[in-house]
Design a protein around this ligand. Structure first.
Ligand SMILES: [Zn+2]
Length: 169
C-alpha cells in the first residue's frame, strides 16, 4: 500500500459522523491470511469508482477474528453505487449454506469507500451487527490507500458504536 493522500469530504467531520465512533481501540484483533487481505484490496480497487462489498469467512474466538477467505457479493444499491452499499441477501445465503458443516463461518462484511477515508458512516452503523468485523477499504483514484477494521461495541439498538479493531496480515 503506497502512501496516498485521502480526501476528507466535509461530512466526515460532521457531528453525525463523529457520533458513530467510539474512542480508543478494541482489545480484540483481526488477523487476515495474507491472500485474503490481498484479495479484499484487489476487489475494492477493481470496483472503483463504485463502492463494492463482500463477506469475510473464517473463525472467531475470545481473542478476535481470523479471516481465511473473502468473497465479493453484489452491491444491490445501483442508484448510489458510489457511496452506499446494500449487500445482496441471496449472495449471503449462498455462502452461508456453502459453509454449513465446515469449521468456517461468515464473520464480517467489508466494503470500499471510493475517494473517502476508511471510516464508517452513520448509514454503515444502521446495518452493523455486534460480533461481526467491518473492514473498510479506502480507494483513491483507483488505488488502495488505507484499510481499517471496525466492530460495534454493543447492539446498535442499545447504543452500540463503531470502535477500531487492530488488524494484521
Ligand atoms: Zn461505508
Amino acid at each position: 500500500m503506497s502512501k496516498i493522500d485521502i480526501p476528507v469530504p466535509e461530512r466526515f467531520l460532521s457531528t453525525a459522523y463523529l457520533a458513530v465512533l467510539e474512542d480508543g481501540e478494541s482489545e480484540q484483533f483481526c488477523r487476515f491470511a495474507p491472500e485474503a487481505m490481498q484479495m479484499m484490496q484487489d476487489i475494492a480497487a477493481q470496483g472503483y469508482p463504485d463502492e463494492i462489498c463482500g463477506l469475510l469467512i473464517g473463525t472467531a474466538d475470545a481473542q478476535g477474528w481470523q479471516v481465511s477467505d473473502v468473497r465479493q457479493v453484489e452491491n444491490l444499491n445501483e442508484e448510489r453505487a458510489a457511496d452506499r452499499f446494500q449487500l445482496d441477501p441471496a449472495g449471503y445465503q449462498t455462502i452461508d449454506t456453502e459453509l454449513r458443516g465446515s469449521d468456517k463461518e461468515i464473520i464480517g462484511v467489508f466494503h470500499s469507500h471510493p475517494d473517502c477515508p476508511a471510516k464508517p458512516s452513520p448509514t454503515d452503523l444502521t446495518s452493523a451487527w455486534e460480533g461481526f468485523v467491518y473492514p473498510i477499504v479506502s480507494v483513491c483514484d483507483g488505488k488502495v490507500a488505507e484499510v481499517n477494521c471496525w466492530v460495534v461495541t454493543d447492539e446498535v439498538s442499545m447504543g452500540g458504536k463503531f470502535q477500531r479493531l487492530p488488524h494484521q496480515s
